[in-house]
Design a protein. Structure first.
Length: 113
């Protein structure tokens, strides 16, 4: 199986290329994301855990990888991450179980499984 963190890093290069052509979009998007994920009423870690559930439920590869990586960087445990996956499965049904496997793979790649 491919390394999901490397695949996601390659995709980020293309996002950066879009930012070269459309800098205002890249800049405003980055500023918006920083604002959304900062600690406020909900902690940044909690927001990332919510993001994992949404990414798994929607099947968004980049969201699953980025949100998992960022949640771990903010101190999320394997158990917290997997509880987020369980919420996605509860909301999305059994078809989301396969997407949850991507989160497990990212945790493995990060050395957290």
């Amino acid at each position: 199986m491919d390394n999901l963190l490397e695949i996601n890093s390659d995709l980020q290069k293309y996002k950066d290329m879009v930012g070269q052509v459309l800098p205002v979009i890249a800049t405003t998007h980055d500023m918006f994301m920083e604002e959304v994920y900062k600690d406020a009423t909900l902690s940044g870690k909690m927001k990332r855990l919510i993001g994992i559930a949404i990414g798994v439920n929607s099947g968004s590869f980049s969201c699953m990888v980025n949100q998992t990586r960022r949640a771990v960087e903010m101190g999320a445990t394997k158990e917290e991450v997997m509880e987020s996956v369980s919420v996605a499965i509860a909301m999305g049904g059994t078809s989301t179980i396969a997407y949850g496997a991507n989160v497990v793979k990212v945790l493995q790649e990060l050395g957290k499984w």
